[in-house]
Design a protein around this ligand. Structure first.
Ligand code: PAF
Length: 280
């Protein structure tokens, strides 16, 4: 596996692959790699000749400085995992490489960022859109792979690439779950043992809400309200629990059929997000 810290070094390698006519896949990550990331990498390997993975804890997408400080960093273990998966190139830039002293440009996507995590974490999606568009410019992949766990992020990136006429094909990969249903996330490693047990309830609450909607037991608003109350009663600090249209993540109405339920809730200092899709 080639390890690159400098843009020039990475570009020289990519240029050679391009001359050889290779299809290049890209999996951007913030490290602390888990089976969810490995699933993205395995999808990337199936669909491309060369796979590039980046590991960069992006400071501009953290609205809370403590969250940035506490974010798990496991660079050595990440590098070993990627090596064992026969990833072709690991890009691990320093912060100064990604954000030179005078960076005056921010990429900001409107509307789809107004709600849910966008409302709860001001500036978060500007940070994501900016770093992903920089990474796309640096790597210039044919395809990039993102997990559906961060569904709003996926919509932001899809919107950004469409609006900016980016040639990168965005490929969504279903959420990977632990055997008890908890969505895999780098943040799970921050949970205490007791919180880890409680965390199961997040997905269970989503499943119950999905069943209630499919059985038309109550209105979407009532189901959202009951689910928020249930999460609070189970020790979470719920941020939102929203039944949305899958296409634009706006509040779902009676006539909408392609739905997604989005949830964010904290346990102690750890903020967890998850979602479940359903078709009526
Ligand atoms: O999903 C993530 O890990 C990050 O938001 C991403 C896409 C790598 C940008 O920093």
């Amino acid at each position: 596996m080639i390890c690159s810290k400098q843009i020039a070094h990475l570009r020289a390698q990519i240029k050679q692959w391009r001359v050889e006519g290779a299809i290049i896949a890209f999996v951007p990550t913030m490290g602390n790699l888990h089976a969810g990331h490995l699933q993205l990498i395995s999808a990337a390997k199936e669909q491309a000749d060369q796979v590039v993975v980046s590991v960069f804890v992006n400071p501009t997408q953290f609205n809370d400085p403590n969250d940035f400080t506490n974010y798990p960093r496991t660079e050595q273990a990440d590098s070993e995992k990627l090596q064992s998966l026969a990833v072709d190139l690991l890009y691990m830039p320093a912060t100064e490489e990604m954000y030179p002293a005078k960076s005056l440009t921010t990429v900001s996507v409107a509307e789809v960022t107004n709600y849910h995590c966008g409302a709860a974490r001001p500036g978060h999606f500007d940070g994501v859109a900016t770093v992903v568009s920089k990474l796309f410019n640096i790597v210039q992949p044919d395809k990039a792979f993102f997990g559906e766990k961060d569904f709003q992020q996926l919509q932001v990136i899809r919107t950004m690439t469409a609006d900016l006429n980016s040639p990168v094909e965005i490929i969504a990969v279903p959420t990977q779950r632990e055997v008890d249903g908890l969505a895999m996330s780098s943040r799970n490693s921050l949970l205490t043992e007791q919180q880890r047990q409680q965390a199961i309830q997040l997905y269970q609450t989503l499943c119950l809400a999905k069943e209630a909607i499919l059985a038309r037991q109550a209105s979407f608003a009532e189901i959202e309200h009951t689910s928020m109350q249930s999460l609070s009663a189970q020790g979470f600090r719920p941020d939102y629990f929203s039944v949305c249209r899958r296409c634009d993540l706006q509040t779902a109405g009676k006539k909408d059929t392609r739905l997604i339920i989005l949830v964010a809730a904290s346990l102690g200092v750890t903020r967890l997000i998850d979602n479940i899709q359903l078709d009526l």
